[in-house]
Structure formats: structure tokens, C-alpha cells
Design a protein around this ligand. Structure first.
Ligand code: SF4
Ligand code: SF4
Length: 737
């Protein structure tokens, strides 16, 4: 597209302290464009001026004003729009002097080049489905199906068991869901009401005793094949909610807590006995029960995490016992009593029951003595050891994700037996490397190059990031909800189901317009592959964190644009530089780097800042009046994973003295919005070092720092110490070439 670039310079918000005439001269002399100057571009008048120019033929506007993170609703034009950050990145973060003036001029040059290299994207439009598949017919799946149907979407609800209802069918009562949070609720009535809602809703099609044979395609176009009674059926959906639930920890591994002795049961077994009205041991009615909390939980040998619901479940079960027999006693031994939020009311209620005895303590032993079970407890609140003789011991065992045990890391976890579960799949390991089928049935059976299931976090929960983006997964359009995602109460499962339903609805609506989902929500641009030059190196297909790229038999990438989150990690990976977006291309970034003026007598530094955390942190530093070196030029990137080694080579050959990459935290507790981008950037440092060695420059000139959005106070120190370190090494030998 032939570009007619308009450049607009604002002098408001202190930008006028710069020598605006000099900037104007740079634009006129170097780009043959006459910029327009305005004292408040964001005013009605300023915006009208730009709009009039667009009507008269300007098709790419360069707004030299505030950070692109502000006023995007104001500078929202129906054409290519590039924002040059003269406010936060220049005048608010630097003293005004010659270096700062040069900084402003460079940013304007880089912005104009960016506009010249930007193209208007066309969305990837296909005929998509807005139907939603819900996998799992427990509380979460039922709630998700009801919510999607209520919002007007057709739902396919697939359950592997012959009946819907999940675990709750086996329960006698569930925790209170309403004020004053003291009365238990009959589980049968609760689940039957949900079942009636599902069965009475014509938008929900239920498949019980059914398995997913395969899911192929992409959001909006998932082709689902199910198998029921030996018959196959196919349909197409736009999004998937995975509500496959949880399974109890294997109590046979808890012999040290007495499991295996008559009368020692798990909390699930206890629930079933109560429901069936057979609370007996060897034909005798149970009158005294000891409940051991955290049985095998918060324990590195078994389940290292807290399942979050067992304390409440134990209180509930103690009340059952008291309700069934007023002469009975329940002794609850806890490490900590965790009844968070409103359930504190329920805890207080149980505490007041004279037959419920609660104490902190460590279990020393559980033994059979005649017909009784003897529980010895040490370090109790009473300050003395306790021994109780009871008829039954209930172990509050924990919850495993239904995905636990589906796959594991080949090298580190060769045998399931004896291995601890926290060695589960690490986020950074590509699933296809990590996978080793353990002879179990897959749940989703995805036909993806990167494996048949959602990748999981270390405890086998397929969450993406429980604080920053809890509903996301690493497969676009597939949302885990309920206890497959994290242990939670029934009430929390309902809330989670509603969240996942909203995400699924957002997906089907956005992909129908060719737009992506979180975090670049609404972006219609997608990567183009110039496959004639592809060497089938497979880097892109292996590194895409979202499994967006399949492969043909030769290893040529087969993109699925609707699975793509537009992170640019493939673009950063490709050694042939053949992957580009219309609005974010290798040529564009390389050209922006080349647009920087690098005088032979001055140091120049480049910062690639992740637009999700690092760039906002820089903005915040500036807005708080913090100052940093004016020798640094900042280029925001979608993710550090999109930084191609060629950018480093371009910058070094241009004479840039050092490159600092600011990205999100990586590793097990990663905060990268694209999961693995910052980690991959770190791994690619090996290639970077090779590039530097080839260019005969010191490897210290390129550095990665992890920055959280809240780290804004550290920004000056991070930038200035890097600048100082490189100044001590000396100028880049390529400077002045
Ligand atoms: S842009 Fe990101 S999500 Fe899309 S194909 Fe490339 S690596 Fe995958
Ligand atoms: S990274 Fe580039 S060269 Fe390698 S397979 Fe992907 S597109 Fe082809």
C-alpha cells in the first residue's frame, strides 16, 4: 500500500520543553514530511485536525505525544496509527538537555519508519460455529452448560459416566451456599435441580457414557468426534470447557495413618457410608470418630499442596455424625483449620457443637487395639499428648486433578510408581517432549502437533496463571474450570464454571470476526509464513506456546490462525525471518533499529520492553517522576519471545553499545502472558552469544532482566546500571563503521 504519512507533534504535557522546531526539521529533512504541531493533540480540535487529514488522503498517522497506553480511545482512527511516546519516555523521565533532545528525535524517526512499514491487516474469516462443548457432567460442567445455554448458545455436554451429577451424587449434604452460611444443604435436591435445568433446556444436548475420540481444528472450528455405545458421532463447536473434575488421592499410600485397618476410611468413603445409611464397623454402630486432616497433603511425599476443601468437609462430616447419633463424638485433628471467607461462620457453628472436639496436633500413630482404633496425637493445643480410642478414623485425603497421571516427563519421571507427583510437567517443556502415554485414556484427544491434552502446571492442574489469568489455558478456546483446574468447593466450582462460560462465549464471538483472545483481545492481525523459504527447522512449531502450528509430514508448519494468540514467538524463533504480521514484522523492527542515529562519539543503548509488564512499568516510573539514562531507546515488543536474533545483529552492526531485554518472570512461577516467551528469550541467549562472537563483540552487551509490572521503582536502577556496566566495557567496536 502506498503510504501517505502524516506526522503530528503535541506540545502539551511538558513536551513543548523540547526544541520542537528541531524535531520538525528532522521530519522535514529526513522524511520530506511537514509535521503539524498542536498544543493538545488529544483535544477535540487536535483530533479533528488529524481526521480531516485522513479524509484528505493521509493513510498513516504518527502521533508524537503521550504513551500508547493512554488515550487509545481518543487516537482511534480508521487507518494505520503509530504512537511516539514523547511524554513518558522522554520529557517525564529525563532532564531536558541535548541528549534528551536527541532521544526525542530518534523516537520520531523510529515512529515514522514504523508507520511506513505497517500494513492494514485483514481478519482471518471462516465460517465458525458458536456452539460450545462442555466436557464433564459434574457440578462445574452442569453449571457451565446452563450458563452458556441461558446466554443463548447451544451446548454439547459430554459425560463419560452413564449418569450426570458427578461426585455430588455420592454426597449426603453439601456446604451452605447462602446467608447465614450455617445450614448444610441436601446434596440430592441440589443436584437434581441442576439436572432438571439441563434436561429441560432444549439448547443443551447431553451425551452420557460417551468419550471424546478426537478433537481437531481450531477455535470456532473444532471438529469433535465422540464415541457412545460403540457408535461415533461428529459435530462442530467453537469453544470447549473442560470440566473433567478431580479424583481422590490413592489412600493405600497412607498406611502410616492407618489406612488398611478395619474402620480407617477416606472422607469420600465416609460420605458414601453416610449417604447409604450404613455407618458401621464390623456390624457395630459408629459412635466415636477421629478425623485426621491434611492426610497425605501438604506433604512432599504425597500431595504437596492444600486441597482447600477438606477442613470444611471434615466439619460437615462431624455434624453428620452428631446428627445421626446425639451420643456420638467427633475428634478433629488439624495442622491448621482453613475455612476461608464466609465459611468462617460455618466453622464457628461446628465449633459450638459439644460433641465436636477440635485440636491442632500431629498424628503420632493409628493402631488397632482390640475392636477400637487408637489415635495418638502430639503437640496439641492443650500442651500435652492425647490418646483417643475411636470406632472409626476418617482420613481427609486430597484432590488430584483428573489430568493427573495422564502424561509425564519422560526423562525426569520414567516410572509413575514411587515418583512424587510434584515432578509433573514443567511449563517450559514442550508437551511432545514431555509426553509419555501411561496407558491411560486421554480426555480431550486433541489432534495437535504438540500433544493430545492441555499442558498442565506442576501439580497436573491445567491452569495458565492463577493470579494473572486464571481461566486461560495454553490451548486457545479451551477453558478448564472447576476441580480439574484447582481444588475448590462446590460453590467455587459454580463460580468457576460461570467464568469459563464467559470465556468460551468471548472466544466464539471473537473468532467469528477473525480476532484473537487474551491478552491481545480483539487483534485481527495474524502471522503470515513465507513458506517457500522455510527450511523445516521446526523451531516455530516446537516453540509456539499455544500449539497453534501443526506440521505436515516434511515438517513444514501448518498454521491454525484461530488458535494463535499473536505473541510473535514463532517470529522470534524463525532463523529464516519468514514469519511476520502486517503490523509487526521483522523488517519493521529492523528498520526502526536502523533509524536510530548513532553518533560515533556517544553511547547508544536499546531496550526491548515487553508490552505487558515492562513497558507499563517504564511508563509508571516516568509518571512518578523517576529519571533514567537518555542514551537508551526503548522498543516495546509483544513478548520478549518475539525478539529475533537478527535484531541483535542489526543493532550491534549499527554500533548500538548494549541491548537490554526487559521481560516477565520465567520459570515455574512464570508471569509471562505468553507462558514461555521470556523463558525462550533467555534460552535463545545462547544463539545471541554465538552471534556476538561472530561479530567479535562482548557477550555482556546483551542482557535479560525480569521485570514485573509493579517493579517500576526499580526501572532507573535496572537501566542505569546496565548503561554504566557497558560504558565501563567501552564503545561497541562497530560504532562509526
Ligand atoms: S504468534 Fe504466537 S501463538 Fe501465534 S503461531 Fe506464532 S508463536 Fe504461536
Ligand atoms: S522457524 Fe521458520 S524456517 Fe523453521 S520451520 Fe518455522 S517457518 Fe520454517
Amino acid at each position: 500500500m502506498e503510504k501517505n504519512v502524516g506526522v503530528y507533534i503535541c506540545t502539551g504535557c511538558d513536551i513543548g520543553k523540547l526544541d520542537i522546531e528541531k524535531i520538525k526539521g528532522v521530519v522535514e529533512n529526513e522524511f520530506k514530511i511537514t509535521p503539524k504541531i498542536h498544543n493538545a493533540l488529544c483535544s477535540k480540535d487536535g483530533v479533528e485536525m488529524i481526521k480531516k487529514d485522513i479524509e484528505s488522503g493521509v493513510n498513516a498517522v504518527v502521533i508524537c505525544a503521550c504513551s500508547p497506553r493512554y488515550k487509545h480511545d481518543v487516537f482511534n482512527f480508521d487507518t494505520i496509527t503509530v504512537r511516539v511516546n514523547l511524554r513518558e519516555d522522554v520529557v517525564w523521565s529525563h532532564e531536558i538537555n541535548e541528549d534528551t533532545q536527541e532521544l526525542a528525535e530518534d523516537y520520531v524517526r523510529m515512529g515514522i519508519v514504523q508507520a511506513q512499514k505497517t500494513e492494514i491487516p485483514e481478519p482471518y474469516i471462516e465460517e465458525t460455529s458458536k456452539d460450545i462443548l462442555v466436557v464433564g457432567g459434574g457440578v462445574t460442567g452442569l453449571t457451565a452448560a446452563i450458563e452458556c445455554a441461558k446466554a443463548g448458545y447451544n451446548v454439547y455436554l459430554v459425560e463419560k459416566e452413564p449418569e450426570l451429577g458427578g461426585w455430588v451424587r455420592k454426597f449426603k449434604k453439601i456446604l451452605p451456599g447462602k446467608f447465614p452460611y450455617k445450614e448444610l444443604v441436601d446434596a440430592g435436591s441440589y443436584i437434581n435441580e441442576k439436572l432438571r435445568e439441563v434436561e429441560g433446556n432444549e439448547r443443551i444436548k447431553v451425551y452420557t457414557s460417551s468419550k471424546l475420540k478426537s478433537i481437531s481444528g481450531q477455535p470456532g472450528m473444532f471438529n469433535v468426534v465422540i464415541e457412545r455405545n460403540g457408535e461415533e458421532e461428529s459435530f462442530r463447536v467453537g469453544a470447549i470447557i473442560l470440566a473433567s473434575g478431580w479424583k481422590p488421592y490413592d489412600a493405600t499410600k497412607l498406611a502410616h495413618l492407618g489406612y488398611g485397618l478395619p474402620g480407617v476410611v477416606t472422607n469420600i468413603e465416609f460420605e458414601e457410608m453416610v449417604k447409604e445409611g450404613r455407618l458401621e464397623v464390623s456390624g457395630s454402630t459408629v459412635k466415636a470418630v477421629a478425623v485426621i486432616l491434611c492426610a497425605g497433603q501438604r506433604d512432599s511425599e504425597h500431595i504437596p499442596y492444600c486441597s482447600s476443601v477438606c477442613c470444611l468437609t471434615s466439619l460437615k462430616q462431624a455434624l453428620y455424625l452428631r446428627e445421626m447419633n446425639k451420643d456420638s463424638n467427633a475428634y478433629i485433628f488439624y495442622r491448621d483449620m482453613r475455612t476461608v471467607g464466609i465459611y468462617e461462620e460455618f466453622y464457628k457453628q461446628a465449633q459450638q457443637d459439644e460433641g465436636v472436639f477440635l485440636t491442632k496436633g500431629e498424628i503420632k500413630s493409628v493402631k488397632q487395639i482390640g475392636e477400637k482404633l487408637r489415635v495418638e496425637v502430639t503437640n496439641t493445643l492443650l500442651g500435652e499428648d492425647i490418646t483417643v480410642d475411636v470406632d472409626m478414623v476418617v482420613l481427609a485425603t486430597g484432590m488430584l486433578s483428573s489430568m493427573y497421571g495422564l502424561y509425564t516427563i519422560k526423562e525426569e519421571y520414567p516410572e509413575e510408581e514411587g515418583a512424587t507427583i510434584y515432578q509433573h510437567v514443567k511449563p517450559a517443556i514442550p508437551l511432545e517432549v514431555a509426553l509419555e502415554k501411561k496407558g491411560k485414556e486421554w480426555i480431550l484427544n486433541l489432534q495437535y502437533r504438540q500433544g493430545p491434552e492441555l499442558p498442565t502446571l506442576k501439580y497436573a492442574f491445567p491452569d495458565s496463571h492463577y493470579i494473572c489469568f486464571p481461566y486461560e489455558s495454553r490451548r486457545t478456546g479451551i477453558y478448564p474450570a472447576g476441580c480439574v483446574r484447582a481444588p475448590m468447593t462446590i460453590r467455587d466450582c459454580e463460580i468457576d464454571a460461570r467464568g469459563a462460560a464467559l470465556k468460551a462465549i468471548q472466544t466464539v464471538e471473537l473468532v467469528s470476526k477473525g480476532a484473537t483472545i487474551f491478552p491481545r483481545t480483539g487483534d485481527i492481525d495474524y502471522p503470515n509464513f513465507f513458506l517457500q523459504r522455510c527450511t523445516q527447522c521446526k523451531r516455530c512449531t516446537e516453540e509456539c506456546p499455544f500449539g497453534a502450528l501443526d506440521e505436515d509430514e516434511k515438517g513444514t508448519p501448518q498454521p491454525n490462525p484461530l488458535r494463535c494468540r499473536r505473541c510473535g514467538i514463532c517470529f522470534g524463533a524463525c532463523p529464516e525471518k519468514i514469519i511476520s504480521f502486517k503490523q509487526y514484522s521483522i523488517d519493521m523492527i529492523s528498520s526502526m533499529i536502523r533509524a536510530i542515529s548513532v553518533p560515533s562519539e556517544k553511547f547508544r543503548f536499546l531496550v526491548f520492553a515487553c508490552e505487558n509488564d515492562a513497558y507499563p512499568a517504564i511508563d509508571m516510573a516516568a509518571r512518578n517522576g523517576l529519571k533514567f539514562s537518555p542514551l537508551v531507546r526503548i522498543i516495546p515488543v509483544r513478548c520478549l519471545g518475539s525478539v529475533n536474533v537478527v535484531f541483535v545483529a542489526d543493532a550491534m552492526s549499527k554500533g548500538i553499545d548494549g541491548i537490554l531485554m526487559l521481560g516477565c518472570k520465567f520459570g515455574e512461577d512464570y508471569q509471562c502472558h505468553f507462558i514461555r516467551g521470556s523463558e525462550l528469550a533467555n534460552r535463545r541467549m545462547e544463539n545471541v552469544r554465538e552471534t556476538l562472537q561472530r561479530l567479535f563483540v562482548e557477550p555482556e552487551r546483551v542482557k535479560i532482566e525480569q521485570v514485573e509490572i509493579t517493579d517500576w521503582e526499580r526501572i532507573p536502577e535496572i537501566i542505569n546500571s546496565f548503561v554504566e556496566e557497558i560504558q565501563n566495557i567501552g564503545p561497541n567496536p562497530y560504532k562509526g563503521f
